[in-house]
Design a protein around this ligand. Structure first.
Ligand SMILES: Nc1ncnc2c1ncn2[C@@H]1O[C@H](COP(=O)(O)OP(=O)(O)O)[C@@H](O)[C@H]1O
Ligand SMILES: N[C@@H](CC(=O)OP(=O)(O)O)C(=O)O
Length: 484
């Protein structure tokens, strides 16, 4: 490993799908000679591939893994794997117009897919015997399948760069046909030993096989964890996430590209809140590694390489208080647990949390009063129903209600002293929205609003207008007065 002058940069799936544009922007652009190097790229699978391999991230529509794991689907997973293979071959044809590299790319991915297929057939047969439990191997299956997505995109990108005169090197962290598993940091250190960052451009798989089991610990969005550990282990000076858009004050697709502002800078506290809302600004555990190692993170628009993007650092205090981002989630389950026997008794919370942990349900936030504890959750209906069943058994006198809602959150480094609550209520009222619930945290970094799912878009637009756009207008007016 060489001097600490390199950056480690991740390209997300949505952006990876636009390979040729990436060559003209972040991967090569107008860089020549040594300017190309001292950059390590960690790549995600092409958009939609992991969804097809596992399950759709947002809709939960089953992919190969979900079909393999469900007893009722029989051998359907085999057809699903064949359709992923066709999708991957179609992608190769899109990336490589020349037949020679295209054949190389097809051969590479076909071999991996068929390797995984025969492994799954054997496992399935073995488990039909009765002595071996499929359950015990499902996580490994999930890991094997997801690795295919990143193996393809990293292999192809290295090949494409080589064709374009860059000394790129495919760094395969997927553990394909390797014996044994190492802890993640050790695995990375070994794979990077001997790579000269000054003259080689490593193209690294966003999936990494390791003793900790990436999917078990971090699940979807794991490539940001790989990014952060590669940055820490190799001693990068900066970690960069290239996205399809600038990190903006709201989703440009929803509010309008002309209305949102690029976030110039923010801190890891805000980044945590964003990932909690599923915004994937950065995986929460990835942020932690970078924060602890003192490595700044930059989020940029992959297709606007000259724009500095957003810098995220630990103690970056805002110049002026106020909301920086309005974001949110649809499909949030509000699980209300009510028991009059709860008054003055401790231990209810612990039991509920145990059930939520057992069934791997993500907690976004919670509220409680004398006899009610409400958790706002993200997860499959099936998992949440299991939580309900467990709790009904443990607390026969309790009653529970489950409701599907949307949560919209206004987030900022410092929301103190800016009348965030009355402004938010006024903005929602003006749009004709009556919030179902509202939580204004004492710490003043976020304000959470619960609305009906079909009011989500309207609520984001209204809160962005009332809290971000109007704040910008007030600031502009104040600046004019100061100059005058
Ligand atoms: N505040 C926001 N700023 C930028 N993009 C956002 C924001 N909120 C939601 N998005 C959406 O995130 C999507 C891209 O997500 P991204 O994380 O870049 O995907 P990937 O990691 O797969 O490349 C875009 O389609 C955009 O509409
Ligand atoms: N491709 C994986 C890993 C990942 O991090 O993807 P993305 O960078 O596109 O969120 C997933 O979809 O979970």
């Amino acid at each position: 490993m060489t001097a600490k002058t390199h950056t480690v940069e991740k390209i997300g799936g949505t952006s990876m799908s636009r390979s040729h544009e990436l060559l003209r922007t972040v991967l090569i652009g107008d860089r020549k000679g040594s300017a190309l190097y001292n950059r390590v790229f960690v790549v995600s699978a092409y958009g939609g591939m992991t969804d097809a391999l596992l399950e759709h991230k947002k809709s939960d529509e089953p992919g190969v893994y979900a079909l393999f794991a469900s007893a009722e689907s029989g051998w359907q997973w085999g057809d699903a794997l064949s359709s992923v293979a066709s999708k991957m071959v179609a992608k190769n044809a899109e990336v490589f117009s020349d037949p020679a590299p295209r054949e190389q790319a097809d051969k590479f991915i076909r071999e991996r897919i068929e390797g995984v297929r025969s492994c799954l057939i054997d496992l399935s047969r073995l488990c039909s015997f009765g002595h071996f439990q499929l359950e015990a191997h499902l996580l490994t299956v999930r890991e094997m399948l997801s690795a295919l997505g990143e193996a393809q995109s990293a292999f192809n990108t290295a090949l494409l760069l080589k064709q374009n005169g860059v000394n790129a090197r495919f760094v395969d962290l997927t553990g394909w046909r390797q014996d044994g598993e190492l802890p993640l940091d050790e695995h990375i250190a070994r794979q990077f030993a001997g790579i000269d960052f000054a003259s080689e451009m490593p193209i690294v798989t966003g999936y990494a096989q390791c003793a900790e089991q990436l999917m078990k610990t971090y699940d979807r969005g794991y490539s940001e964890v790989t990014l952060s550990r590669v940055a820490v282990v190799t001693g990068a000076c900066e970690a960069i996430i290239h996205k399809e858009f600038h990190l903006s004050s709201a989703d440009p697709r929803l509010v309008g590209a002309d209305k949102v502002q690029v976030i110039g800078e923010t801190n890891y506290d805000v980044a945590d809140q964003l990932s909690n809302m599923g915004m994937e600004a950065i995986h929460p555990r990835a942020a932690k590694s970078l924060r602890q190692a003192g490595i700044p993170l930059r989020v940029t628009n992959a297709f606007e390489p000259d724009h500095p993007g957003t810098v995220i650092m630990s103690d970056l205090e805002p110049k002026t208080p106020g909301a920086e981002i309005v974001t949110g989630l649809k499909g949030v389950f509000a699980l209300e647990f009510y028991d009059q026997d709860m008054v003055g008794v401790k231990g209810y919370d612990t039991k509920i949390l145990e059930a939520l942990t057992r069934h791997k349900v993500w907690i976004i936030s919670k509220t409680s009063n004398a006899n009610t504890i409400t958790h706002y959750l993200k997860g499959s209906m099936k998992a949440i129903k299991r939580v309900e069943t467990d709790l009904a058994e443990a607390f026969p006198t309790a009653s529970m209600t489950l409701r599907k809602l949307a949560m919209v959150s206004a987030i900022g480094r410092n929301l103190r002293g800016v009348n965030i609550l009355p402004r938010a209520i006024a903005a929602l009222a003006e749009a004709g929205i009556e919030p179902i619930g509202l939580t204004d945290m004492v710490r003043k970094v976020d304000l959470q609003v619960l609305v009906e799912e079909d009011e989500f878009d309207k609520a984001v637009v209204a809160l962005h207008k009332g809290l971000v756009e109007e704040r910008a207008e007030r600031k502009a007016r104040a600046d004019i007065r100061r100059v005058a």
